[in-house]
Design a protein around this ligand. Sequence first.
Ligand SMILES: [Zn+2]
Length: 119
Amino acid sequence: MVDGEETFMTATDAAGRCDDGELSQAFLHDIRGRLLRLRDEVVRLVDVVGAVGTVESTWSNGELALAEIDRALERIAAGTYGRCSGCAAAIAAERLEMMPATERCLECRHVQETRSSSH
Ligand SMILES: [Zn+2]
């Protein structure tokens, strides 16, 4: 039986979240697949050039990218994916689609960046 995958794909809704505000299983399934592919890509790039500045501008190096992707995969497994690690607010599904490995909402990201650049 291989039609389980099919069901996941067709059940994807545009917003990515169910009525209760939780991320839908289809959305998480999709994000997980993208993270795994992204991880493969990063591993390959690290092997070749030792840096992945081109993959995602917010990542300064490959190891950082891998750590972030791994943490995202762990959060999916734990059921905490999509919650900001800073303030626990729900991260917008659109933002997760653009940056699947992100673990902070825009606001917390901004605070973090302001802090690290003022140093
Ligand atoms: Zn936050």
